[in-house]
Design a binder for this molecule. Structure first.
Ligand SMILES: NC(=O)c1ccc[n+]([C@@H]2O[C@H](COP(=O)([O-])OP(=O)(O)OC[C@H]3O[C@@H](n4cnc5c(N)ncnc54)[C@H](OP(=O)(O)O)[C@@H]3O)[C@@H](O)[C@H]2O)c1
Length: 252
C-alpha cells in the first residue's frame, strides 16, 4: 500500500451544504483536498474556490453512494488524482426524504437506507481495508442526532443513521489496534439544503461554517464520537432519558 503524506483528504458528498465548508477548512489547514460527488459542475466550482482561497491542490472525483459496483475502483481513482491514497476520508453525503412519503413509497424508504447506510458501508469498508493495511489514516462520517432515538417525524432516516452510528462504533473498535482513527459526528440541525423550508427552532440551528469548524477540529484531533454543536449531547441525553411509555405519546 502507498505511503501517505497524511495531509490529504477526500470528502464524499462534497457538494452538501456543510461539506463545502468542511472542504474549505481542510484546505485552510494545508490539506490536499479531493471533492467527490455526483454534480461535476458544482464540484468544479467548489474546487476552484478551495484552490483560490487556500492555495492547495484540489481535485474532483465522480462518486455515487448507491452505485455500489463502482466503489471497488474508487480508491485507485483517489490515488490517481491526488497522487496518493488520501490520509483520510470524510463522509458527508446523506439523503432525508419526507417521512410521510417514505412510509407510503418503499422506493423512497429504500433509497434512504441505501444512501445513508448501505452506501456508507460499501465505500467505508474499502477505506478501512486500505488504511488497516497501511497502518494509518482517518475515517470520519456524519450521522445524525436522529439516529439516537426513533421518532415518528423521521424514523426511517433515523433508522439509517442509527445503523451508521453502530457501524462506525464497530469499525472504530476493529481499527483501533491498527492506528486508524474513526470519528463519528452527530450533527444537530444545520442551515443547509437538507433543512430548507423546515420550521426549526432558530437558536438550535447551526450555520454550516460553524458546524464545519467544529467537525474539522474534532476530526483532526482524532476524537471518537462528538455532537455538533456540543450542546446536542445534553439535548439528546434528555431525549434518550424519557421513558418509552411517555415517549410514545409525545411529538418531539
Ligand atoms: N442539515 C442537517 O440539519 C443535518 C442534521 C443531522 C445530520 N445531517 C447529515 O449531515 C450530512 C450533510 O448534510 P447537509 O445538510 O449538508 O446535506 P445536503 O446539503 O442536503 O447535501 C446532501 C449531499 O448528499 C449528496 N448525496 C445524496 N445522495 C447521494 C448519492 N447517492 N451519492 C453521492 N452523494 C449523494 C448530495 O449530492 P447531490 O448534490 O448530487 O444530490 C449532497 O451533496 C448528511 O449526511 C446529513 O444526513 C444533516
Amino acid at each position: 500500500m502507498n505511503a501517505s503524506s497524511g495531509k490529504s483528504v477526500v470528502i464524499l458528498g462534497a457538494t452538501s451544504g456543510v461539506a463545502r465548508s468542511v472542504a474549505r477548512r481542510f484546505g485552510a489547514l494545508g490539506y490536499t483536498v479531493g471533492l467527490a460527488g455526483r454534480d461535476r459542475e458544482e464540484l468544479e466550482i467548489l474546487a476552484a474556490d478551495v484552490r483560490a482561497r487556500c492555495a492547495v491542490a484540489c481535485a474532483i472525483l465522480p462518486f455515487d453512494a448507491t452505485a455500489f459496483e463502482t466503489h471497488a475502483d474508487f480508491l485507485d481513482q483517489c490515488a490517481q488524482v491526488l497522487g496518493e491514497l488520501p490520509g483520510g476520508v470524510v463522509l458527508c453525503f446523506g439523503y432525508m426524504a419526507d417521512q410521510a412519503l417514505a412510509q407510503k413509497d418503499f422506493e423512497v424508504a429504500r433509497r434512504t437506507i441505501d444512501t445513508n447506510l448501505t452506501g456508507a458501508i460499501s465505500i467505508l469498508e474499502r477505506f478501512a481495508a486500505a488504511y488497516e493495511a497501511r497502518g494509518n489514516g482517518f475515517i470520519a462520517a456524519l450521522t445524525s442526532v436522529a439516529g439516537d432515538r426513533g421518532r415518528k417525524m423521521n424514523y426511517i432516516y433515523g433508522a439509517a443513521k442509527a445503523g451508521l452510528t453502530a457501524y462506525l462504533q464497530g469499525l472504530r473498535n476493529r481499527l483501533h489496534a491498527s492506528g486508524v482513527r474513526v470519528t463519528t459526528i452527530k450533527p444537530g440541525f444545520m442551515d443547509t439544503p437538507m433543512t430548507y423550508g423546515m420550521s426549526l427552532p432558530g437558536p438550535l440551528v447551526a450555520s454550516p461554517e460553524a458546524a464545519a469548524k467544529a467537525m474539522v477540529d474534532k476530526i483532526t484531533r482524532g476524537k471518537d464520537s462528538v455532537y455538533v454543536p456540543f450542546f446536542w449531547r445534553y439535548i439528546m441525553w434528555i431525549i434518550k432519558s424519557i421513558p418509552e411509555r411517555q415517549f410514545k405519546k409525545m411529538s418531539v
